[in-house]
Design a protein around this ligand. Structure first.
Ligand SMILES: O=c1ccn([C@@H]2O[C@H](COP(=O)(O)O)[C@@H](O)[C@H]2O)c(=O)[nH]1
Length: 276
């Protein structure tokens, strides 16, 4: 079985380095002329899949926007994941789970076990119960060719108050997370299957990403103010592993499939130029 790291590296080579988020904000549904209900959600998600799943490397449904419609929203999330994967996109489910290990095992079954109707190629997780508590997710992912993206340095302005805190060994909390994840990817080729989320908004924070050997998801581009030209200062020598991620900036081009594709192509081209 191919690892997630290998599948992602191949997808980025073939389709370009772009992740597009599927974030059905109420404001976007309105902007698209859709109702803020289950029918609007379904149309929105289906349109994004039709426009982009056969061409971008990764689609990233944001679970929260589906969960807000209850069980029927989860049903749409299931079909969105399935249709996206059938069309050839890798699906990174942005669900940011994190809990004690025994509960984490249940989350891992829900999102990374092919027997589950919510199974994605990869998920986002939060390390703030300790990176070790995420082991069940790493194990289930590894057993099934899946991936896990761990929050490292997030794109929101509140992140540094926790992530830049300095521990007794003089490393920041984020650097501790980065170093633990780096250990999980030692020797993986062409890319490890455990990634980090590093916001494109954060600037040069002095954190060392050089040993991660895994994908670096970069949200915060577009609507949160970061531009592709910010990527170099954030990622330095680790630019080769960056997967730029846009949600609202691209989604605002809908509901036209043609316009959505054009917006994604522009974003990918801008990032490719910046990533070199
Ligand atoms: O540090 C993080 C981690 C995750 N996100 C998620 O990415 C998208 C960003 O959406 P935009 O519309 O491009 O701002 C959203 O789903 C966040 O939950 C993040 O922004 N920052």
């Amino acid at each position: 079985m191919e690892t997630f790291g290998k599948r992602l590296a191949e997808a980025m080579d073939k389709r370009g380095r772009l992740c597009v988020g599927i974030d059905p904000h109420a404001a976007l549904l309105t902007r698209w002329g859709l109702s803020d209900d289950i029918a609007g959600l379904e149309r929105f998600a289906r349109t994004v899949v039709e426009a982009l799943a056969d061409r971008v490397a990764v689609l990233k449904p944001q679970s929260a926007f589906f969960e807000r419609f209850g069980s029927r929203g989860i049903g749409i999330l299931e079909s969105t994941i399935r249709q996206s994967r059938e069309a050839g996109a890798l699906v990174l489910l942005d669900v940011k789970r994190g809990d004690i290990g025994s509960t984490m095992a249940a989350y891992a079954s829900a999102y990374l076990d092919p027997a589950s109707s919510l199974c994605a190629d990869a998920i986002t997780v939060s390390p703030y119960l300790g990176v070790g508590s995420l082991q069940p997710a790493f194990d289930v992912a590894a057993a099934n060719g899946g991936g896990v993206f761990v929050l490292g340095l997030t794109s929101n302005p509140e992140g540094p108050s926790v992530q830049h805190a300095v521990a007794s060994d003089k490393r920041t909390v984020a650097q501790t997370v980065i170093d633990e994840i780096s250990q999980l990817n030692v020797g993986a080729e062409p890319l490890g299957s455990v990634g980090l989320v590093i916001g494109a908004t954060i600037g040069d924070t002095g954190h060392d990403l050089s040993r991660v050997n895994g994908p670096l998801l970069a949200p915060g581009l577009g609507a949160q103010g970061a531009t592709p030209s910010d990527l170099r200062s954030v990622f330095g020598e680790s630019l080769r592993n960056v997967l730029p991620s846009y949600s609202r900036e691209v989604l605002a081009a809908g509901p036209s499939v043609v316009e959505l594709r054009a917006a994604a192509e522009r974003a990918a081209a801008d990032c490719e130029t910046a990533l070199g």
